[in-house]
Ligand binder design. Structure first.
Ligand SMILES: NC(=O)c1ccc[n+]([C@@H]2O[C@H](COP(=O)([O-])OP(=O)(O)OC[C@H]3O[C@@H](n4cnc5c(N)ncnc54)[C@H](OP(=O)(O)O)[C@@H]3O)[C@@H](O)[C@H]2O)c1
Length: 292
């Protein structure tokens, strides 16, 4: 009789940031739950909420979002999906502020301290929470110093509105500068098996005890399509290319928390099942050469 492994995010193992933040290492990114160009509502709002419910059922307890997704639509679906969950105390949100939106596909960083504060306050209301579990500065705005931007987040942390502070799409120098003004607990940069030029940042984050949340873990779908460079390896393991991409991230470092995004219930289960794929050391190395 075939042994069917349980599909559950806890099979990916756990990452502990602090006693108040322990998550399964396979999370969910809410950016796909919006209209085209991350603008406007998702075409089927009920399904967006269903996806969150199913993610919880599959053991996901780490949800990545941002005020700028929609704007606000992803947050609304996430809030509706998390509301009333039996294990709500064990579900964590990572949120981001510091990007403004001008239309589909258009993003402009804004790090004015009073704007960052406004966005945290409105996000707390929209998400129906009294503090941010993990709050990322979505982008460093070069019109303001890092001291001003991270300093404002630190003030809100001291006020109890933010538990943990993170930085998104940053250089090593920016991380080290930010560490002068607050404890930085997480980095969220673009990173996947096809583009892992930020290896030194992953290693630095691991050495510092920070989480590393790779965005575009499937290279926004390019690693999973018909011409995926992962097809042969996927055949070898009898799994999907998406599962190979995620298994590579999980093996790369114990502080990596992948957050694949999807609006499909089937793809969601496919992604969580990646927690059951154990790449051999040789295959991991072979895949690592995909990035030149
Ligand atoms: N910090 C930042 O600056 C930043 C930037 C971008 C994204 N993010 C975060 O990172 C998360 C992940 O990024 P992402 O959603 O843009 O890209 P991604 O996870 O790399 O890829 C998502 C794409 O892959 C498809 N997909 C997902 N699972 C699949 C599967 N098993 N088989 C086939 N196709 C699959 C999705 O389409 P379907 O919906 O059809 O499944 C979607 O088109 C976002 O949701 C967001 O939370 C952060």
């Amino acid at each position: 009789m075939a042994i069917v492994a349980t599909i559950n995010a806890k099979n990916a193992g756990q990452f502990r940031l602090a006693d108040d933040f322990v998550v399964n290492r396979l999370g969910f990114g809410a950016m796909q739950l919006t209209g085209k160009g991350t603008w406007g509502p998702y075409s089927d709002p009920d399904r967006a909420v269903d996806v969150i419910h199913r993610a919880i059922a599959l053991g996901i307890n780490f949800f990545d979002t941002a005020d700028s997704y929609g704007p606000w639509y992803a947050d609304r679906y996430l809030a509706a999906g998390l509301k009333g969950a039996a294990n709500r105390d064990e579900l964590f949100i990572s949120d981001k502020v510091g990007q403004t939106r001008q239309g589909p596909g258009l993003w402009t960083p804004l790090g004015a301290p009073h704007y960052l504060r406004q966005q945290v306050e409105v996000s707390l209301m929209t998400l129906g929470i009294d503090h941010e579990d993990l709050l990322f500065l979505h982008r460093v705005d070069t019109h303001y110093s890092i001291a001003e931007q991270v300093g404002e987040l630190k003030k809100m942390q001291d006020e109890g509105k933010i538990k943990h502070i993170g930085l998104s799409q940053v250089t090593l120098a920016q991380i080290k500068e930010a560490q002068k003004y607050a404890k930085i607990d997480a980095i969220e940069n673009m990173y996947n098996v096809g583009d892992h030029h930020d290896d030194p940042i992953v290693d630095y984050a691991e050495a510092q005890g920070m989480a590393f949340v790779p965005w575009f873990p499937l290279n926004t779908g390019k690693l999973v399509g018909a011409d995926s460079p992962l097809t042969a390896m996927a055949k070898k393991y009898d799994v999907s290319p998406a599962q190979i991409a995620l298994a590579w991230l999980l093996k790369r470092s114990p502080n990596i928390l992948p957050i694949p995004g999807t609006s499909s219930l089937d793809h969601l289960a496919d992604n969580v099942a990646a927690a059951n794929v154990n790449l051999s050391d040789d295959d991991f190395q072979q895949l690592s050469h995909l990035t030149k």
